[in-house]
Design a protein around this ligand. Structure first.
Ligand SMILES: [Zn+2]
Length: 97
């Protein structure tokens, strides 16, 4: 991370894809809920680049966790003034970092 040749991009922090090992800028937000851990109205979020949107959607979808996929811009507009939380990930998470 301190290699001067491949130093991180300057400028404001950009949300990056949640896929393991991916550092692309996030374009999509996947909203999910694990009914075993979360109350029904709870929403966890993963970020996804264009390439990983389908992969992460499927990962959550096969477990029945996926609730919504929206563009990051739409999500941020929706979240403005709303509450948010962070924290736990589903077991075997593809977003393991
Ligand atoms: Zn990605």
């Amino acid at each position: 991370m301190t290699d001067p040749v491949t130093a991180p991009l300057p400028g404001p922090a950009v949300p990056v894809c949640s896929a393991k090992g991916c550092r692309e800028a996030a374009v999509w937000v996947l909203a999910w809920n694990n009914p075993k851990l979360h109350t029904p109205e709870r929403r966890k979020t993963w970020l996804a680049c264009e390439e990983h949107r389908e992969y992460l959607s499927r990962f959550l979808g096969v477990r029945g966790f996926l609730k919504d996929v929206v563009s990051l811009a739409d999500w941020e507009a929706r979240e403005a003034g709303g509450d948010r939380d962070g924290g736990e990930e589903p077991e075997g998470s593809a977003a393991d970092r």
